[in-house]
Design a binder for this molecule. Sequence first.
Ligand SMILES: [Zn+2]
Ligand SMILES: [Zn+2]
Length: 143
Amino acid sequence: MSQEAKIIRGSCLCEAVKYEIHGAPFTFRVCHCVNCRKATGTAFMSNGFFSRDQVRVIEGPEKVKIFEDKKTTSGVALARQFCSECGSNVFITSTDPEQSKKFIIVALGTLDQETNWLPKTELFEDQRRHWVNGIHLLTKQRL
Ligand SMILES: [Zn+2]
Ligand SMILES: [Zn+2]
């Protein structure tokens, strides 16, 4: 089975919201921005970018609530989507309807399976916690 055909499953903490991903992300970015830290309650967020047709919510779409995050570092408003039962951040989409059709970001911390995907870039490294001492990036050269 090719990587492209593989289905990866994920869910929120309480499993009210379940989704499946078809194929690999077109990009994968670790985000150190303060809003991603606050939204997830941890040091950084692992954001996998997929085209809309790659991601399907298979359980609990009605449990998904949206927080419209207008005060982002980039200045672009984001719809942070979380489970209303357990609070897990699961998806991020654009608040712009046209952009929102193009891609969906999956919080890869909610994957139920391990994958071989590696982040391509880190975002907002200036906001990275000083004790986060390196991310295994796809392009990282080993000295
Ligand atoms: Zn939940
Ligand atoms: Zn962020």
